[in-house]
Every structure is written in C-alpha cells, then in structure tokens.
Design a protein around this ligand. Structure first.
Ligand code: XBP
Length: 255
C-alpha cells in the first residue's frame, strides 16, 4: 500500500475556471490589439481547447483559415504567434491581478490542509509560469508560490499534454515515485498525461470538459466541494465523504 506524500495539481480548469474567466477573453483582446477580426466564442474555444498550449492553439486556428496572410513586420509565422501569445499572456496576468479569476470550490481548503498535514504540493500545467504566478499571487498571496515545491509549466518540457512530460517532470523533481502522489486534473488530455506517468488521478469536471472520457480516473467529481457545498460524484467511491479532503485523498491513493 503506497502512502500519500504529494498532491500534483493541474491549473487551468482545476485550480480555477481560467479558460472561461481568463484565457478566452485574453486571446480575444490580443486579437483586437493586433487588428485581427478574430473572435473565439465560448463554443469555438471549447473546440480549440482540444489543442494544449496557447501558441499551439493559435497555430491550429490559423491552419483552419486557408485565407490567412502573415501580417507585415513578422519574419515568419512562429514570430507572429509568439508576439500574439505574449500580448494574450499580458492580458491574462492583468485579469488575474484584477481578481477576475477566482479559485474553484475546495481548492484553498485542500491546499491549506495539505500544508498542515505535511503533504507536499506541486503543479503540472501547460500554461506559462507567468500565468501560474499571477493566479496564485492574486488568489492566495505571493507567499503561496513557495507552497509548491515544483511548478512544472508551459515550455519547460518538450511535449505538452496529453504527453506525460510535465507530470514526469513534477514527480522527478519531487523525487517521489508516482504511487506516492495523487494528480488533480479537469481534461481528458490532462488525465492521459497524468495516468501515463502512473499517477492515480482525481478529475473535477467543468462546463468545457464534463462530456469527455474520464474512464481512467480514480475519481470524477463536480469539484472538490466544501463542508457547506458538497461535491457531486460522477464516478468512483467516496464512502460518506461530502468533499475532498486529505483523508479521502489518502484512501484513494492507498487503495
Ligand atoms: C491548459 C492549456 C493552456 C491554457 C492557455 O493547460 O492548454 O494552454 O489553455 O495557457 P492545463 P497558455 O490544463 O495543463 O493547465 O496560453 O499559457 O498556453
């Protein structure tokens, strides 16, 4: 039986509803600034979320537009995409700092309990380190950046989710075997990345991902829940638990 020693969190859609509250509006504002007539609706963005990575997502969108012409002043498509993505990241971090991206239910409670009980913390995300820092600082205070021993993010790894790279990076820097860790995700891409690394994974669904295939998850719930806001169980066993705490996390990890 493997003892729970660390929790590894995805960010977007797991710690906060960042895609809805931050990334999509930031992409759209960056398009306006660049003089582009592009606008990603909630529905279109849900389709584009199949592609992990903001830069990769912009490229996938451009590839779907045969009439696209590279704007003047850019040596190539790579330079254009990087520039557009940098503007988007500027707006995302601004929105986070403005407090427009709150944490999901139960996240702050679970992080605090983990710290009280000596369960180590890490992050494994596709978004940029700057976005992670802005979200954590704006919701939990700048000291929260030190709560996470590892923040594996964005281009720190060669291949983004569903590849296992970012979770492999996290457990190797924690210097722990996968069996002593529990991953938290919200997408099928993220679940595949975590489970390929050998991690048991808890999925908290959201409006963008609730129809995806989570059959590889150890538990699928509406969110982490709060004592006065019980979670809803989509798949898996929780006994009489009403919310995800360290005791339930231990049961799942050690089952
Ligand atoms: C979600 C992603 C990210 C964000 C946008 O990452 O795929 O690309 O959508 O952030 P995860 P960037 O679920 O692993 O947290 O534009 O910075 O990539």
């Amino acid at each position: 039986m493997a003892e729970l020693k660390a929790l590894i969190f995805d960010v977007d859609g797991t710690l906060a509803e960042t895609e809805r509250d931050g990334h999509r509006p930031a992409f759209n504002q960056a398009f306006v600034d660049a003089g582009l007539d592009w606008h990603w609706s909630t529905e279109r963005y849900g389709e584009l979320l199949e592609v992990s990575g903001g830069k990769e997502r912009i490229r996938a969108f451009i590839e779907s537009k045969p009439d696209f012409v590279l704007p003047e002043g850019f040596a190539d498509l790579t330079e254009f995409v990087r520039s557009l993505h940098a503007t988007k990241t500027k707006y995302y971090t601004q929105y986070a700092i403005e407090g427009r991206i709150p944490l999901r239910p139960g996240v702050e409670r679970l992080l605090s309990e983990a710290r009280e009980k000596g369960v180590r913390l890490a992050i494994a995300t596709t978004t940029t380190p700057a976005n992670v820092q802005a979200l954590l600082a704006s919701t939990l205070g700048t000291e929260s950046l030190d709560w996470f021993e590892v923040i594996a993010a964005g281009d720190m790894v060669p291949h983004k989710k569903p590849a296992p790279d970012v979770f492999e990076y996290a457990i190797s820097h924690l210097n722990l075997p996968a069996e002593n860790c529990l991953a938290f995700e919200d997408t099928n891409n993220g679940l595949l990345s975590a489970t390929q690394t050998g991690l048991k994974t808890i999925v908290t669904v959201n409006d963008y991902t609730h129809t995806q295939d989570f059959s590889k998850a150890a538990l699928v719930i509406s969110d982490l829940g709060e004592p006065d806001e019980p979670f809803k169980v989509v798949f898996g066993e929780v006994g009489d638990a009403q919310y995800l705490d360290i005791a339930l996390a231990r049961k799942i990890c050690e089952a």
